[in-house]
Design a protein around this ligand. Structure first.
Ligand SMILES: [Zn+2]
Length: 266
């Protein structure tokens, strides 16, 4: 029993040493030991199920608009962003005016709700949302989240084994890991750290694609105004709108350099 416990701890140490990932643009070192291909497969299945269950927008113009902007951003983001190839990406518009949200899954499955599209009046504003979602994939935030959960689960097994039935503990740890793997994306809001990082990388991506980065600030001001009129769902799990707007303003000069380089090169 103790021997097996020791092996699990060793496994945890090995996973930490083996699986690090450097986030493009920010250079942050992250824990990423899950095979990205495996996560992409799981996400693709979860996404396919979701598109069966949730109403898709019947307005072709909406999905075409999302696809056009996403393609333009991906063309510049893929070469440096450790991103899946263009043909692997899928962008779906969900018909739900109450949900002011968008999400991205590993492997490039992105959902955008009509609720958030209604707020983004210009293409530049919508590019801020799409850039942010692509940035989550580039930074492999899904992988980091699951890696952390697995590590906590493995630690739990090691700690709990002395007093509890080991098989039950191991089972729970595996269940937790699978549970997290199965629901990644929509149900699990990313932490503030992930949100801030996706804002930063997303702003760079949109600017490089020739979308005006100040539109990200405009968009979050719209979100703030909208939240005070009652829709506060997005607030609880995300940085406050004021903090977010302040951070984006600090990031603007770097993004403006990218934007000016992009439009002068046309
Ligand atoms: Zn996000």
């Amino acid at each position: 029993m103790i021997f097996k416990n020791f092996r699990i701890s060793l496994l945890a140490v090995f996973l930490v040493l083996a699986g690090c990932y450097t986030v493009p643009e920010t250079g942050r070192t992250t824990l990423n030991f899950m095979p990205e291909d495996l996560l992409s497969e799981q996400a693709a299945m979860a996404f396919a199920e979701m598109t069966q269950e949730v109403d898709l927008s019947k307005d072709r113009r909406r999905s075409e608009r999302v696809e056009r902007i996403a393609t333009r951003i991906l063309r510049i983001a893929i070469p440096t962003g450790n991103l899946p190839p263009l043909e692997q990406w899928e962008f779906v518009v969900f018909e739900d005016d109450e949900t002011i949200n968008a999400f991205a899954m590993p492997g490039g499955k992105v959902g955008v709700y009509t609720g958030i599209m209604n707020l983004a009046k210009t293409d530049d504003q919508l590019a801020a949302i799409i850039g942010h979602e692509i940035a989550h994939v580039s930074a492999r935030h899904g992988n980091e989240r699951i890696s952390q959960s697995m590590l906590i689960a493995a630690g739990g097994v090691a700690a709990g084994v002395a007093v509890k039935d080991e098989d039950e503990e191991t089972k729970q740890a595996v269940m937790l890991a699978y549970g997290v793997g199965a629901t990644l994306g929509a149900q699990l809001p990313f932490s503030r750290l992930h949100e801030n990082e996706a804002d930063e990388i997303g702003m760079i991506y949109m600017a490089r694609a020739g979308y005006h980065p100040a539109a990200a600030i405009e968009f979050w001001k719209l979100m703030k105004a909208n939240a005070s009129s009652g829709v506060a769902e997005f607030l609880s799990t995300h940085p406050s709108h004021n903090t977010r707007i302040e951070r984006l303003q600090k990031l603007l000069p770097r993004a403006m350099n990218e934007y000016e380089a992009a439009i002068s090169g046309r």
